[in-house]
Design a protein around this ligand. Structure first.
Ligand code: ZN
Ligand code: ZN
Length: 337
């Protein structure tokens, strides 16, 4: 294998020299190698700052004013779960368009505040939060709005949750901007509701190889199953491996999964035998997220705390895979520095 560094790009070439297998931006390559090095020592317990966890936990999916929850309660919720760093995913602006479901999808349909509120909370708690930026994709100002925030410190785009086909022109603009700024885009996939056309995602993954796509929500997680019925949001049946999500995670290096919310948790609990293998085989691609709006951060009412403990239990004895899913993969795709 030959590794060449040319300007901001790192080119990794197969032994024969005839086939370029992987091209990454230099920054991401350095992160990848750092993460591999960290993984090698992951058996040693580390990061004991989190109250209840022997492994560092990064939560890649939370919101400001989630169903009206205050910042004070959000901070405490994250501490109680044992999370040391949280990614705040803002909503887009308030617009009455078909892409916002005539306003019903404003605030991510959960009263979530926009990018400026995420910036304010991040500034109040240095080191605890980073923020993404977000905007409705089909506005005249979308490009300028996102670029302004990305230039001033936003670490990604999302949560993108708008009523658009995932390969529509406005969504392709989002993928282009994410590639240009080398940041991930987090997408809520929900059949007939948001980012529609999950079966057509591969064309986007191929056409935007420099864009890191992070998938979330019902249609992402239902499709671990080769027998998935697209209209079922929380399937309870046994899983037949080889569903669309299983294949995309295996086949596209720029596709990642966010385990947050009831949908992520359901994909782990509906068939635990399958789930243990799934976590194992996609250990380099899955990231812990919570996306829960409760006030406690523990117990039955907190799906995030539940998912953290389920992942740890299903991967018991495999500290390296646990560490990747709890923080390593997030650090590889999101710039926390
Ligand atoms: Zn969310
Ligand atoms: Zn919770």
């Amino acid at each position: 294998m030959l590794v060449e560094i040319r300007g901001s790009e790192v080119r990794i070439t197969a032994d024969s020299g005839t086939q370029t297998r992987l091209i990454m931006k230099r920054r991401n390559f350095l992160k990848t190698t750092t993460s591999f090095a960290a993984t090698a020592t992951a058996a040693v317990p580390q990061f004991t700052n989190a109250a209840k966890s022997d492994v560092e936990i990064i939560d890649i999916h939370q919101h400001v004013n989630f169903h009206g929850r205050t910042n004070e309660v959000l901070v405490k919720h994250q501490d109680t779960m044992g999370v040391s760093k949280t990614v705040l995913l803002p909503s887009g602006g308030q617009f009455n368009l078909s892409s916002t479901n005539n306003g019903r999808a404003n605030g991510l349909a959960a009263r979530v505040f926009g990018t400026e509120a995420a910036i304010r909370l991040t500034k109040l708690h240095p080191g605890k939060f980073v923020y993404f930026c977000n905007q409705v994709p089909d506005l005249d100002s979308t490009k300028a709005d996102l670029e302004k925030w990305l230039k001033s410190g936003a670490k990604g785009i999302g949560e993108q949750k708008f009523k658009l086909e995932l390969d529509s022109k406005p969504m392709q603009l989002i993928y282009e901007i994410a590639a240009e700024f080398e940041v991930p885009v987090l997408l809520h996939f929900q059949h007939k509701s948001y980012n529609m056309g999950f079966d057509r995602l591969p064309s986007m993954l191929k056409n935007y190889p420099k864009t890191t796509f992070v998938g979330h929500a019902q249609t992402m997680w239902g499709n671990i199953d080769a027998n998935h019925k697209q209209e079922v949001m929380y399937p309870k049946t046994k899983v037949k491996p080889g569903g669309l999500t299983d294949r995309y995670l295996a086949d596209y290096e720029n596709f990642y999964g966010d385990l947050s919310a009831g949908s992520g948790q359901n994909s782990l609990t509906r068939d635990e035998e399958h789930a243990a293998g799934f976590l194992e085989r996609h250990q380099d691609k899955l990231c812990l997220g919570t996306d829960c709006a409760d006030k406690t951060g523990e117990g039955k009412g907190c799906s995030g705390a539940g998912t953290i403990s389920i992942v740890k239990r299903l991967l018991e004895g495999n500290d390296a895979a646990t560490a990747k899913i709890m923080h390593g993969n997030a650090r590889r795709i999101i710039d926390f520095d």
